[in-house]
Design a binder for this molecule. Sequence first.
Ligand SMILES: [Fe+2]
Length: 212
Amino acid sequence: MPNPNDPWLESSDVMSVFPTLVWKLQLKAEFHQPIDERILAALKKQGLPDAAAGEAWQSGHNLHQLDEFRDLAACVERGTRSVLRFLRIGYDAFQITGCWANVLAKGASHRAHSHPNNFLSGVYYLCTPAGADTINFHDPRAQAGIIRPPVTELTAENTDQVVVRVKNGTLLLFPAYLQHSVDTNASDEARISISFNVMFSGFTENLSKPLW
Ligand SMILES: [Fe+2]
């Protein structure tokens, strides 16, 4: 960026256009711990396995309909409303179109993917041992990777991947088109998270069947 004190310049600015937004909410411990206990008990009923090293497990996709997930679903809905307000989006109604648990045992990872036919996606974190407490977001601008010269320093402006650190009680919300992945679990303990998707109700009913 030119030096703003250069004699030939009246002003100099860098503008961020079309930013990709990720919302990170941290629930208070006294609020999320009872929720977590209820969810974990419900997952055990659903067949939560003691996954062996290298294994991944996913539950069914309708956890949000279970009574034990009501409080988490309410948090997701509250977070979604604040995102839609932030984005100045006019809508009639939205709904959680899918909600499922992910267990990654030691050595397991999750490849990059997105969640088509939803507006927002998100993750709530139940068990995030050290070495299994990050998620990667990948640059959604495919064309930006066509020319990728070496950089002298990795910065937010030249990277194609952003690593976000999470902990128990973290709730992330992001555009459903945004590719994300999870690195190999380097902990001896399982990483357990709850994923969900959100879509405008009218769109879901009339135009599109959600995909996972
Ligand atoms: Fe995902």
